[in-house]
Design a protein around this ligand. Structure first.
Ligand code: MGD
Ligand code: MGD
Ligand code: SF4
Ligand code: MO
Length: 583
């Protein structure tokens, strides 16, 4: 293996931080000290980034084959298959822009793709309905805030490079879990899950009652606020507060802390893993508008951003798509899975496994062995991000970074090379790698040694909203599921990235939830049932159970349903019945 030392790249993982990486004299990965967000640190996932369990060779129905044979087989299968019977399914194992080169081939081939999201789609739909565009606050922008509200977002695990920017600020956490940040926060609302819509409406209502709303902003940018105020009056105060487990005092405390202060509300995916996820984001945005938080320094509501915003792509994109969270693999004669582990990470695992098994020829193109690779007919090993050229934009800030190849390796094939071979076989136009690198490089807008996407706003929404005005939610369903079963909360694991790296095990309960540590319990929902070993976590509410993303079989319990808007998976929609095994 040939190493080129002291080079710079960026982390390709699906994470807000988009760290810049320097390779030191010993070939070790280090966080770049000169990068304003990375500040010299990586995280457990990258500190231990090794080749250990990577796939080293191609496999056809379990037999080792050369990559050449693997690609030849894929081409033969594609030649025999009608294009609308081929499914292209890309996950987010590597969020580099060159991942999309493969879609160029499948788009030109007229295969079927996926739309919607396993991740942030419901929330994004709500943001687009209200604001017309989804702009975020970068850590540098947040550093100008006086108050930062973490609403269903867990930065110690998912956004650790933001933490140094929070120094000296007032912190409010709204989360059913006592997160690491909640322990240090000025105020923590340990809300009942799935009740954020109600809380956002009540906050808006009391803000207006107390005259804290920003009338000047509202007249100019969100003039329908009186209708929204009327809508908030349909929430019954006492009964709702009791149900969502928030007190009037806490509502007052939130308003008191943010009143007149530069406030950033950072919303994570936790609040929108439900069918009404779009309404939740839109209600939180509505509260932001009531307080006049848009278009001012250090202020705003910031969610998971759109990392492609402002960027031009050189690749064709698939026109005909089916919803990703509910895709039925059995309908296709050829399924191409890239950078994903749908058999573990899609909701409704049992249904997914069945439909995958009944699919036609199944191809897995990835780095690691996992549930999906084991069920595939053809396995094609990918190159790691260190072994190929790429670019990376981010959903947590506005950076656009080049990821130059650092290592040469004989293992695997890059997305570019695989696409090139497929395009050649089918007479599809595809440019040189140098062309695509220039295409992305030319869009980098460099300031003080850091590359950004084109047209990065200084202050998001300083020029107002894309729709002209902010559009408030005008219809709501306030029903709350009062059944006695446990709420499932399924969030990110600090030592892994979804199903990559270390994977969590077991189900976590509060010690007083009625189960013994180490006992096996039977968990069931309308979607399916699974047995898991009990672990304790005092940070939980007694009415919740926690199973981390990436835990084997967690998604046996989650439904094959889409959010009402945004075609998103809704991992926390179903409650979970728990029974002791010896009952
Ligand atoms: N280490 C690590 N980092 C990651 C990832 C990883 O797997 N591991 N995954 C990456 C990916 S793909 C994404 S999308 C981001 C997501 O990053 P985050 O948005 O931070 O995502 P989560 O961990 O899913 O959930 C965040 C919080 O939502 C809370 N929550 C759950 N339900 C509710 C609710 O009903 N109401 C409220 N108010 N809060 C709720 C949870 O308790 C949790 O603290 O993280 C990225 N970063
Ligand atoms: N229960 C539950 N389920 C969830 C979630 C949850 O919070 N709870 N979170 C959801 C969310 S937010 C997300 S984003 C999804 C993520 O789900 P997926 O998109 O399926 O992502 P990963 O589990 O990270 O699997 C990624 C695979 O990508 C491959 N890979 C890595 N790098 C490369 C590369 O350079 N090239 C290629 N070709 N392959 C590569 C690896 O082999 C890895 O196994 O999971 C969703 N599922
Ligand atoms: S996973 Fe996130 S925090 Fe870790 S190195 Fe990559 S970008 Fe940085
Ligand atoms: Mo995600």
């Amino acid at each position: 293996m040939n190493t080129h030392m002291n080079q710079i790249t960026a982390c390709p993982l699906d994470c807000y931080d988009a760290c810049r990486i320097v390779i030191d004299e010993n070939g070790k990965l280090r966080g770049d000290k000169l990068h304003p967000v990375t500040q010299g640190y990586l995280c457990p996932n990258l500190n231990h980034f090794k080749e250990q369990d990577r796939l080293i060779g191609a496999k056809l129905r379990g037999e080792d084959v050369s990559i050449e044979t693997a690609i030849k087989t894929l081409i033969e299968v594609l030649k025999e298959t009608k294009s609308d019977s081929v499914l292209y399914y890309r996950g987010s194992g590597n969020v580099g822009l060159m991942q999309r080169s493969c879609e160029h081939f499948f788009a030109s081939f007229k295969a079927v793709g996926t739309s919607g999201s396993l991740c942030d789609g419901a929330g994004e739909a709500g943001i687009l309905q209200g604001r017309g565009s989804n702009e975020i606050l970068s850590p540098q922008m947040i550093s100008e805030s006086e108050v930062v509200v973490f609403w269903g977002r867990n930065p110690h695990t998912t956004h650790s490079h933001l933490l140094p920017f929070l120094e000296g600020k007032t912190i409010i956490v709204i989360d059913p879990l006592i997160t690491a940040l909640a322990k240090k926060a000025d105020l923590h609302i340990q809300i009942k899950p799935h009740c954020d819509l109600h809380l956002a409406l009540l906050l808006s209502r009391f803000a207006i009652i107390e005259g804290l709303h920003d009338k000047e902003f509202l007249e100019e940018h969100a003039s329908e606020y009186n209708d929204f105020y009327e809508l908030t009056q349909t929430v019954r105060i006492k009964a709702t507060l009791d149900t969502i487990d928030v007190s009037l005092g806490q509502i007052g405390a939130i308003l008191e802390l943010i009143q007149g202060k530069r406030t950033a509300i950072l919303v994570g995916v936790g609040v929108q893993k439900y069918r009404n996820g779009a309404d939740v984001l839109r209600a939180i945005d509505g509260f932001g508008a009531i307080m006049g938080l848009f278009g001012k320094p250090g202020c705003g509501v910031s969610y998971v951003g759109d990392s492609l915003r402002g960027l031009a792509l050189p690749f064709n994109r698939i026109a005909h798509c089916v919803s990703k969270p509910t895709v039925d693999f059995s309908k296709y004669n050829c399924v191409f899975i890239q950078g994903a582990n749908p058999l573990a990470q899609m909701p409704n695992s049992e249904g997914v496994r069945r439909s995958f098994e009944n699919g036609g020829f199944r191809v897995y193109f990835g780095l690691y062995e996992n549930e999906t690779s084991r069920a595939a007919d053809l396995v094609i090993p990918a190159k790691t991000f260190l072994e190929k050229n790429d670019f990376r934009s981010s959903y947590g800030d506005y950076t656009l970074q080049e990821m130059a190849q650092i290592l040469d390796s004989d293992i695997g094939i890059s997305e570019y090379e695989l696409t090139k071979k497929l395009c050649e076989a089918f007479g599809i136009a595809f440019e040189s790698e140098a062309y695509y690198r220039d295409f992305f490089r030319n869009q980098i807008d460099e300031h003080e040694g850091v590359g950004y996407r084109p047209n990065t706003p200084k202050i998001p929404y300083a020029e107002g909203f894309e729709n002209g005005e902010f559009e408030f939610l005008d219809e709501i369903d306030l029903a709350i599921d009062k059944n006695e079963d446990f709420h499932l909360i399924t969030l990110k694991y600090p030592k892994g990235l979804n199903s990559q790296f270390k994977r969590a095990e077991g189900v976590y309960f509060h010690p007083e939830a009625g189960f013994e540590q180490g006992e096996i319990v039977h968990l069931s929902s309308h979607a399916g049932a699974v047995d898991m070993v009990v672990k304790y976590d005092e940070s939980l509410r007694r009415d919740c159970l926690l199973i981390y993303s990436g835990t084997s079989n967690v998604n046996v319990l989650t439904p094959a349903l889409l959010s009402y808007d945004g075609e998103s998976a809704v991992y926390q929609e179903y409650k979970i019945k728990v029974t002791k095994k010896n009952d």
